[in-house]
Design a binder for this molecule. Structure first.
Ligand code: UDP
Length: 224
């Protein structure tokens, strides 16, 4: 089984934002454990450092946001190596000498031999998010499932941080997710996943064993 994990910057910020080395080490452990059960590619967010939408010139801000994902990806690569996990880092936003451009055949080959592939730089284009990058990369790499790590347990009827009556939805179709205006995952990403019948599991990622549990369908909410 091949899966695409999306890890947001918010998770990687842990308790010491913007970059919590302990959080990187924790997620590297989770990923290395899951990599014994499935082929795993990881798209990292950058929201712990910067989001482009609210910067004075968003076209530049989004590029800064994509560079932020490269910073996170470098830290995650090293944390995975520290655990003895083979890893390939590639970026839609290549930086010579630091991060090679994404080559989906090379990435596919690395996944097939058990390496974790860390994908930096989002889509490489401004005005979208790394959720959209995760869905596009999953499709390009032939992943069966997108796992979206979150700080909440899954998809709720409302924002559980603001609405005390919000309840967890264990399973929802892509169309219903979009029709109800839910936001735990960028709707643009869900729209693309819907067009290709790609399922997404949203799960709370900051507990030990959560990633393997999500992979095995024992936790989280399923979209699609
Ligand atoms: N970004 C972008 N294009 C992409 C992916 C990301 O322009 O394909 C920018 C965008 O400004 C975004 C920022 O990078 O706000 C960080 O990514 P994101 O907000 O998705 O990170 P997360 O919320 O998952 O940490």
């Amino acid at each position: 089984m091949r899966v695409l994990l999306k890890l947001s910057g918010e998770l990687l910020a842990g308790r010491r934002p913007p970059i919590d080395w302990e959080a990187f080490s924790f997620y590297a452990g989770e990923i290395a454990a899951a990599a014994r059960e499935a082929e795993i590619a990881v798209v990292v967010g950058g929201g712990n450092i910067l989001r482009g939408a609210h910067t004075p010139i968003p076209a530049t801000g989004h590029v800064m946001g994509m560079l932020a994902t490269v910073i996170n990806a470098l830290a995650l690569r090293d944390a995975l190596r520290d655990r003895g996990q083979e890893v390939l880092l590639c970026s839609s936003f290549p930086i010579p000498g630091v991060a090679d451009a994404v080559d989906q055949w090379r990435a596919g080959e690395a996944l097939s031999r058990g390496a974790v592939v860390v994908l930096a730089g989002g889509t490489g284009l401004p005005f979208v998010t790394t959720d959209t990058a995760a869905v596009l990369r999953a499709l390009a790499l032939g992943a069966e499932l997108v796992l979206k790590g979150s700080k909440v347990d899954g998809v709720y009827t409302g924002d559980p941080g603001k609405d005390p009556d919000a309840v967890l939805i264990p399973q929802i179709s892509h169309a219903d997710y979009l029709a109800r205006g839910l936001r735990v995952l960028d709707p643009a990403a869900v729209q693309i996943a819907a067009e290709h019948g790609l399922p997404i599991v949203v799960f709370r990622a900051d507990r030990e064993g959560a990633l393997v549990a999500a992979l095995e369908g024992r936790t989280g909410s399923r979209i699609g």
